[in-house]
Design a protein. Structure first.
Length: 558
């Protein structure tokens, strides 16, 4: 009854994608006894990226919407590439995204004994055999799209010989690469995956959970369906590259005669100006192009978290992108829009000057506290006090000695409003021996105080500022897109497309005094500049580092 009610709610709340339509029909026919059970099955050989986030949101969202269950299951079948560090990072990322797997952190490696017994069962049924061909020889014998593959000379070994050799493989009596266990299916199949695929290979390597218990490891195709079956998964949701593997998924489970989930494929997320291949992301890390997996320029969940992205924004982005049956390239501007939309509502405002130019207010003495709004989108956020004095910092770019037409900021003899403060007029420009502007002498109009002034004077320009005597020093890191081309993954020399200006470090930024008490991961909108987050990696008790999360609008130049 609960699932039926939820179906009715979904019909009224939002359009469903094709996967939801399949599940609706399954519930209608009671295919799975009214159950919905999904999983997210990452291999712990790297950090999760935004593509994985879409899959997590989809799989968990289905379980949530149908009052079902959601598993986090590690497909840890390759000991040479998997590490505990990756396992821990994946758990943290999935939790951060808000996907609730309850106590179901599961590992494919914990099913190795059962998988081995099932492999023995297939050997006894004459549906698997031990093959002595090398990996290269197997590859060459698979044939082509127009020609059948060649059967292995070891394909017709007896059941007894295969059982004996497979046990010896398990016991470590053969070197790496010397033998495999292969399924006996059809070397003439038009689907290459059905041409006697490898089920087990010999790998003498220590496993992050199993230690040295095993020296044979299952391939993904053999392990995937077994893991789903053992866990009672109803809908095994994969990306499109596994569509041609589905007949093999079905064949294995049917040959074993065990519980058989349904595999469904959807289009993976491809993001512009981004590479999503784990192999390439690992290369960026190992060769020092970025500052680790959590570099804010990386498309990893940990990199986005450090940059200041929010789980709410990423979930909303996944919802906007939706679920499709064909691959496409999604514009990264859509992700940036989702981040801005969320932070606009959730981030308090602050004033920060990144490249300071000193301003002296010649007709003001002492200090004054002015009132500033914390977030105009949420009146409940209230206001804060901002100190004002006769020495201020403004942005260097907010003054021009010879301005172009349409420049509405400070110019010699011109006026501008200071945000939350007064209108000031530039009376004198001080330059150094190089002719560079180093200081402005200005006067202020006391009748133009923001909000309560009695003057009717109006000016077009409004700029932000920070009181010199109260300013907090900070380092600000301006991150931009890592690549200069829309689809770097399609480029043969993709590393040459790295954006040389993807990071600019500003060490002389001046901030409002209240920002001295910030904590790592705190997020703010620096007025007129963008959204920024306190860096979790380099901020210390003695140094504040802010990362730019996203600009106030899309200013990328193609």
């Amino acid at each position: 009854m609960a699932n039926t009610n939820r179906q009715n709610e979904l019909k009224e709340s939002k359009p469903k994608n094709f996967i939801y339509e399949i599940i609706d029909e399954d519930l209608k026919t009671n295919k799975w006894g009214g159950k919905v059970h999904t999983r997210f099955p990452p291999e712990p050989n790297g950090y999760l990226h935004i593509g994985h986030a879409k899959s997590i949101c989809l799989n968990y969202g289905i379980a949530r919407d149908y009052n079902g269950k959601f598993n986090l299951r590690f497909d840890d079948t390759n000991p040479e590439k998997e590490e505990t560090e990756y396992v821990e990072s994946i758990i943290e990322d999935v939790k951060w995204l808000g996907a609730d797997f309850e106590d179901r952190i599961l590992y494919g490696s914990d099913y190795f004994d059962q998988m081995y017994e099932w492999a023995v069962d297939l050997i006894k049924k004459g549906k698997a055999y031990v093959c002595d061909l090398t990996a290269d020889e197997i590859r060459k014998s698979r044939g082509t799209l127009t020609e059948s593959g060649e059967e292995s000379p070891y394909r017709d070994r007896s059941v007894e010989e295969n059982l004996d050799l497979f046990e010896k493989m398990k016991n470590g009596e053969f070197p790496n690469g010397s033998k495999t266990l292969r399924a006996k299916i059809d070397m003439a199949s038009p689907n290459f995956n059905m041409r006697d695929p490898v089920m087990y290979r010999i790998v003498h390597a220590e496993h992050h959970r199993q230690g040295n218990k095993w020296c044979i490891y299952p391939t993904y195709d053999w392990a995937h369906g077994n893991e789903d079956s053992i866990e009672g998964i109803t809908h095994s949701i994969c990306t499109l590259e596994f569509e041609n593997h589905r007949p093999l998924y079905d064949w294995f489970l049917d040959a074993l005669g065990v519980y058989h989930p349904q595999q469904i494929e959807f289009a993976r997320l491809n993001l512009s100006y981004t590479v999503m291949s784990k192999r390439r992301l690992l290369q960026l890390v190992k060769e020092g192009y970025v500052d680790g997996w959590d570099d804010p320029r990386m498309p990893t969940i940990s990199g986005y978290r450090r940059r200041g992205y929010t789980p709410e924004a990423i979930r909303n982005f996944a919802e906007i992108v939706g679920v499709a049956k064909r691959d496409a390239l999604t514009d990264i501007a859509l992700l940036e829009y989702s981040i801005r939309d969320d932070l606009n509502k959730s981030a308090n405002r602050a004033m920060a000057v990144l490249n300071p130019l000193k301003v002296i207010i010649t007709n003001f003495e002492g200090e004054e506290e002015l009132e500033a709004v914390n977030n105009p989108e949420d009146p409940n956020r209230g206001t804060r006090k901002v100190p004002f004095s006769n020495e201020l910092y403004i942005e260097q770019t907010d003054f021009m000695a010879n301005p172009p037409k349409g420049f509405h900021r400070l110019v010699p003899g011109g006026e501008v409003r200071l945000r939350y403060a007064y209108i000031i007029k530039c009376e004198e420009v001080i330059k150094n021996e190089k002719g560079e502007v180093v200081e402005l002498r200005c006067t202020y109009d006391p009748e133009t105080k923001s909000g309560i002034g009695t003057s009717t004077k109006k000016v077009k320009g409004v700029i932000h500022w920070v009181s010199t005597n109260h300013a907090v020093d900070a380092e600000v890191r301006l991150y931009d897109r890592l690549f200069t081309v829309e689809n770097p993954g399609a480029e043969e020399d993709w590393l040459s497309k790295i954006n040389p200006n993807s990071l600019e470090i500003i060490s002389s930024a001046k901030l409002e005094p209240f920002l001295k008490a910030v904590k790592p991961s705190d997020k703010f909108q620096f007025e007129r500049l963008g959204y920024f987050c306190v860096d979790t990696k380099y901020t210390t008790d003695d140094k504040i580092v802010f990362n730019r999360t996203v600009t106030l609008k899309d200013s990328w130049k193609k």
